[in-house]
Design a protein around this ligand. Structure first.
Ligand code: SAM
Length: 444
């Protein structure tokens, strides 16, 4: 059981942050105002609350009869998520949760008048929840903590696996690292982790999934670029690029030219450079995010040409081309990484989908002419929706006669493993992968 020291302070900040997300802003903005010393604990509470925000809002509506102001409502939501789903990292006994929530309420002048109401709601929940449960959790939003349009899409696209996918979105994701092959292979770095007291399991070619998440400073050689944090699914991208027959047969006197068309914050750019020698152009439309590519490459002592530009428009970046390979890690709904970014569950709108699908198709069409004959384009999205994955890739192949589709993972959804399959892989390895889509096209 976690310590209750300062829990009321963390509850107070988590409720404030939840209100920021309720107003439409992302978690990193919501956490930006939280004092640094409290941020890790508040983030754990906030993420947990976001994962159960559908059910907790239903409970609050029922228990308070809609009589609460926004900040009080969010405080109740954080508390009810803790009471409904006591999970590792956010496990407190019910008595502590109730007392600390009332204290958090009293500590804030904006909520202190509601302390009696909060106390009454939480005590009633403790007393009568079993009798109220069926009535409160009566719709898909309250039962599955996904918006109706998202749930309907997943149910239609994955009739057999939708409940496993939805449940996986509500679990926290393990920490996965990518070992920089220029310094170590995965197994020798695993030894360094063990010496540092960190247990891990190999996943993929350079990946290690840690039993417990730690601050990056505890990873041996992090500052010297020996290792980076990157999900196991994202670690596939650079391999699909380098596995191209064109690059495998490379005999040119110059290094091959690779375009990373949507590069920021640079995880895949760095991996491309760790795996082989290439002239990499890292493009991103967002100049601020591009700074993170610069920082990442600096830490890893790697070099790429960075360009802030729209990959769908002509620009200076094209003078580097044509390219031997292009990685298009396209902007998408992020529906495959909701477990790492639970605000996506609530901030993504059904109305975003058409624009995203249109942007992805435009980027595919505009980038294809920048590829040399024989070259390879890898299309990736961190989405589980077919429109951004298989349907997008199929449509592109149909309208592009010189694009030959080569084998790739397609929709990579290990979350749909059943319990026996997950146990065979090992729980940690099974949980190391986000939902992703990969398609590979070689130019005839
Ligand atoms: C999924 S993220 C890329 C993640 C990155 N590949 C990595 O592994 O760290 C998508 C990126 O595409 C960028 N982007 C969106 N539209 C773009 C466009 N038209 N041209 C270039 N970059 C774009 C966004 O700014 C965002 O950084």
């Amino acid at each position: 059981m976690s310590s209750s020291i300062a829990l009321h302070t963390h509850l107070h900040w988590a409720a404030r942050a939840l209100q920021v997300v309720a107003e439409g802003r992302a978690t990193h903005q919501a956490l930006g105002t939280v004092p640094a010393a409290h941020r890790p604990a508040v983030q754990a509470l906030l993420f947990h609350a976001l994962r159960h925000w559908g059910s907790s809002q239903a409970w609050v509506a029922h228990l308070s009869q809609g009589r609460v102001k926004p900040r009080v409502k969010q405080l109740l939501c954080v508390a009810l998520a803790l009471l409904e789903r006591p999970e590792d990292g956010v496990r407190y006994d019910a008595h502590t949760v109730v007392n600390q929530t009332v204290q958090a309420c009293k500590q804030d002048p904006k909520t202190q008048a509601a302390a009696g109401l909060i106390n009454a709601c939480l005590r009633r929940y403790g007393r009568d929840q079993a009798a109220m449960r069926a009535q409160v959790l009566s719709d898909g939003l309250a039962q599955h903590n996904h918006q109706a349009w998202w749930l309907a899409r997943i149910q239609a696209q994955y009739p057999e696996h939708w409940s496993a996918l939805v449940a996986a979105d509500l679990r926290s994701a393990p920490m996965v690292v990518r070992v920089n092959r220029r310094h170590h292979d995965a197994l020798s770095y695993q030894v360094l982790l063990t010496q540092a007291g960190l247990t891990s399991t190999p996943v993929g070619a350079e990946g290690l999934v840690l039993d417990k998440a730690v601050p990056v400073e505890r990873l041996p050689g992090f500052g010297q670029g020996w290792v980076s944090v990157q999900d196991a699914s994202a670690q596939m991208a650079a391999h699909w690029v380098w596995d191209s027959p064109h690059l495998q047969a490379w005999t040119g006197s110059e290094r091959p030219k690779i375009l990373d068309a949507c590069a920021a914050p640079g995880g895949k750019t760095a991996h491309l450079l760790e795996l082989g020698d290439a002239q990499v152009t890292a493009l991103d439309v967002d100049a601020q995010r591009l700074q993170r590519v610069r920082d990442n490459l600096q830490r890893l002592r790697l070099d790429a040409r960075l360009c802030a530009a729209d990959a769908a428009q002509s620009g200076d970046w094209q003078t580097e081309g044509p390219f031997d390979a292009i990685l298009l890690d396209a902007p998408c709904s992020a529906s495959g990484i909701a477990r790492r970014h639970p605000d996506v569950l609530w901030l993504r709108r059904a109305s975003d989908m058409d624009a995203l699908v249109h942007t992805q198709a435009t980027l595919l069409d505009r980038l294809w002419p920048q590829l040399k004959p024989g070259g390879r384009l890898v299309y990736a999205t961190c989405s589980v929706f077919h429109e951004e994955g298989e349907a997008q890739a199929t449509a592109f192949a149909q309208r592009t006669p010189d694009a030959k589709r080569s084998p790739a993972s397609g929709h990579w959804l290990p979350q749909r493993l059943n319990d026996a399959q997950a146990a065979a892989l090992g729980h940690n390895v099974a949980m190391a992968y986000d939902g992703f889509f990969y398609a590979v096209f070689d130019k005839i």
